[in-house]
Design a protein around this ligand. Structure first.
Ligand SMILES: Cc1ncc(COP(=O)(O)O)c(C=O)c1O
Length: 389
């Protein structure tokens, strides 16, 4: 076997032995609150479509009409000819909505995060990251020339110590943590940054659209304005893509130096129109936030007494199971009863904290959450621990 072949073979074998092999499931019918796969329907408690916008009829028709105006692809990177009036309008909407001078658009949150860290950080810089930050941030931090240190999750005492030791730094946290559904103490972190001449960057992939007045996100909810705010459009906004919000000078710097921006085909203009429309709906359709808040109350009502229940103030509801094996069993058990959830296992989460990641969408109905709770309760009675599986 050639070196690459044996390396691939060994890596796959290891994942299999650890029971950590991931599988790719094609779903039909759109990724809405109901998904269809293998001709079976499931209640979908797995998507990040928190506001139920991914299949919204008005966004669909706006997108289709925009294709008539702009075509299907942008055909070039932004600095060549890929940037259109639709992109410009989206930038203006974002700046107005979130209170920034500039919004630099990207095709994904992954590339926006990487662009921000790779472009900003140099050799003698210090990067301080929450230990549970997303893989895109961790990877960029590790590969950047800066010194990276991680602080324990949401631990502001430890962050203070690191800032005292290192001085001026770039501090990066998420607004809402994707696997735990908890929120960062952004107000305290922002104060620490000010005290230590440091910049704050917040990845609000899971807070934008959901938290704060008119869905302005985690930072707005706590009256914080980070130097760099990353928002993504593939979760509550229901589409795809991302933006870095910053001041005009930093935006200009990103235009000149962010390789993920300069050397990548721009998002299609029609998609920018769809995102812009979705952002208008988020600001005007308060019923989506009310529905989500009511569903969160139903979740607590129906699952609050179960052993793996964890209270969160966001639509991300981790249900702690323990071992990877038991989490896989619970996901399978739920699937057999018509509920689609995803088992989240190490290395995505720490050893021993495998979980079912349950996410709520404004389109769910309370009886669906009740049904989910009943199945989990049956599982807990039948298989209370690893030995009973
Ligand atoms: C916290 C966080 N940041 C960034 C990303 C990446 O965003 P995207 O899916 O747009 O690449 C994700 C997606 O899972 C995420 O959870």
């Amino acid at each position: 076997m050639l070196p690459f072949e044996s390396r691939i073979d060994e890596a796959l074998q290891l994942r299999k032995e650890q029971g950590l092999l991931r599988t790719l499931n094609p779903v039909a019918g759109g990724n809405t609150e109901q998904i269809i796969t293998d001709d079976k329907a499931f209640v979908n408690f797995s998507s990040n479509d928190y506001l139920g916008l991914a299949s919204d009829e008005s966004i669909k028709s706006v997108w289709k009409l925009a294709i008539d105006d702009y075509g299907v692809g942008s055909a070039a990177s932004p600095m060549v000819t890929g940037h259109s009036l639709a992109h410009q309008a989206l930038q203006q909407s974002l700046c107005q909505w979130l209170g920034y001078e500039q919004a630099v658009l990207f095709n994904s949150g992954f590339s926006a995060n990487q662009a921000a860290l790779f472009t900003l950080l140099e050799k003698n810089d210090t990067l301080l990251q929450d230990k549970l930050n997303h893989a895109s941030l961790m990877e960029a931090g590790m590969l950047s020339p800066a010194k990276m240190q991680r602080f324990p999750h949401n631990n502001t005492d430890k962050l203070r110590t690191l800032l005292e030791k290192n001085g001026s730094s770039l501090v990066v946290t998420e607004g809402v943590f994707s696997m735990d559904g908890d929120t960062a103490p952004l107000d305290d972190i922002a104060t620490l940054c000010q005290q230590h001449n440091s910049w704050l960057m917040v990845d609000d992939a899971h807070g934008i659209g959901v938290l704060g007045a008119q869905g302005r996100g985690s930072c707005h909810a706590l009256g914080v304005k980070p130097n760099i705010l990353v928002v993504t459009f593939g979760k509550a906004v229901g589409v795809q893509g991302a933006a870095i919000l910053c001041d005009a000078q930093t935006g200009e710097y990103l235009y000149q130096y962010a390789r993920h921006f300069v050397y990548s085909t721009a998002m299609p203009a029609a998609q920018a129109v769809a995102i812009d429309h979705s952002i208008q709906l988020i600001q005007t359709q308060a019923w989506r936030h009310t529905a989500l808040a009511n569903l969160q109350n139903s979740y607590t009502e129906y699952l609050g007494h179960l052993p793996g229940y964890i209270a969160t103030s966001t639509p991300i509801k981790p249900y702690l199971v323990g071992s990877s094996n038991r989490a896989m069993h619970l996901a399978q058990y739920l699937r057999e009863q018509g509920f689609w959830t995803t088992a989240i296992r190490p290395p995505t989460v720490p050893q021993g904290s495998a979980r079912i990641r349950i996410t709520l969408s404004a389109k769910h109905q309370p009886h669906q959450i009740k049904g989910l709770a009943e199945v989990i309760e049956r599982f807990e009675k039948q298989y209370p621990n690893e030995d009973s599986l």
